[in-house]
Design a protein around this ligand. Structure first.
Ligand SMILES: [Fe+2]
Length: 398
């Protein structure tokens, strides 16, 4: 009888230990995840259309005329898309850093722009610190916008922003923008100057993450989100403010964000378009994305607008996006140069060559889709001539 009682007591003790253990794990996870990693707060304040524009609040970089392979330009940007960093020091991440490091060392860009999906892992905080340290070590100015994956696996945009905004990273030009009243967390501008004059502007947008809006044509849910009307308003206010500070009626500018506009698909479909690049990845499925643009149906949703029209009306000359890893086509559509940055991340899908069994690929706009699982990782060098407005792009690979 006493033996049985002892056994029961031992069992209850073990049960209690398990409950306490699970409670500590869950409590720790809750504190870390909900109160730390998922913290969402306003970092950049509020904005309204009637606010006065302060040109001194806009970070600036100088332009400097030079030539390279017959290209005459004065500002060189390295666009890095879709690195999908996991840790920052995994084997595949290291290969991505080899690519970026080589591009910086050989190309000597004036600015590096990470156009989203830079991080895609539960260890994004760690990977973000690694990226900031790497860029600071290189003494390289860089900008960053959010993609749909960066804040998806545990850490919030607020936390990523807080890492990048630390004083110890003076080469990081990322800003949240007025995230208290403008949607998203990477809506900001950079001015380019020659002597004391402002000659060009760069604008950055958070193209947001996902939407469950119903496509009014098909009645199906749309997957990817879109740049909101308030973000377009903020951009317009910024471009007008920079133009005024430059003493001009308008300012030439280029835009950087993650998810392509629907006009990329229109460019692709337009056989008469001025067009270079590869037309791969015309598919949908698990491992590849087609031209995965958001269709905002701006006539149907109050928070949406015709972003392309707003950009065009404000002298945007070029748009650079990522998101669709294998696409690298580019061309001029309705007066704006639309370009893709190909996926640069060796940690991004896929590792498996010719793995067509992993996802059913259905061609959307080509009768003959190309299965490009083993696509070559690449970054873009963008050559801006701020005097002529000329833009050239060259891919760079390991
Ligand atoms: Fe993406």
């Amino acid at each position: 009888m006493a033996k049985r009682k002892k056994k029961k007591f031992r069992f209850l003790k073990a049960l209690l230990a398990i409950v306490v253990f699970l409670g500590v794990i869950y409590g720790g996870y809750y504190v870390w995840f909900k109160l730390y990693a998922q913290k969402d707060s306003v970092l950049g304040g509020n904005w309204s259309k009637t606010d006065a524009f302060d040109i001194n609040a806009v970070k600036g970089l100088g332009v400097n005329s030079r030539t390279e392979d017959d290209l005459v330009y004065d500002f060189k940007i390295l666009q890095v898309a879709d690195t999908h960093f996991i840790l920052g020091n995994s084997l595949s991440d290291k290969k991505t850093y080899d690519l970026i490091g080589k591009a910086i060392d050989e190309g000597k860009p004036d600015l590096v722009v990470f156009t989203g999906d830079t991080f895609a892992s539960p260890f994004t905080g760690y990977a973000a610190r690694a990226l900031c340290d790497f860029m600071e070590e290189k003494q390289q100015y860089w900008a960053y916008v959010f993609g749909n994956h960066d804040s998806e696996y545990g850490i919030s945009k607020t936390r990523i922003a807080e890492i990048m905004l630390q004083d110890k990273y003076p080469h990081c030009l990322f800003q949240t923008g007025p995230d208290g009243s403008v949607y998203g967390k990477s809506n900001y501008f950079i001015k380019l100057t020659k002597g004391g004059d402002i000659v060009y502007a760069l604008s950055f947008f958070d193209s947001n993450m996902y939407t469950m809006n119903l496509n009014p044509d098909t009645n199906e849910e749309e997957k990817y989100a879109y740049i909101r009307a308030d973000q377009a308003d903020y951009y317009e206010w910024g471009m007008k403010g920079i133009a005024e500070a430059a003493g001009k009626g308008s300012i030439n500018n280029a835009a950087f964000f993650h998810i392509p506009l629907p006009e990329y698909l229109d460019l692709y479909k337009n056989p008469g378009a001025d067009f270079t690049g590869e037309r791969n990845e015309l598919s949908e499925g698990i491992w590849t994305e087609g031209v995965s643009s958001a269709r905002p149906f701006y006539k149907d949703f109050d928070d949406a607008c015709d972003v392309f029209a707003v950009l065009k009306a404000n002298n945007c000359k070029a748009i650079f996006v990522g998101h669709d890893h294998v696409n690298n086509f580019r061309g001029t559509y309705d007066g704006i140069y639309l370009a893709y940055g190909r996926g640069a991340g060796f940690s991004a899908y896929p590792y498996i060559k010719g793995s067509s069994g992993l996802g059913k690929l259905v061609s959307k706009i080509s009768a003959d889709p190309v299965y490009s699982y083993d696509y070559e990782r690449a970054v873009n060098f963008i050559y801006l001539n701020t005097t002529t407005g000329g833009i050239s792009v060259k891919e760079f690979t390991l």
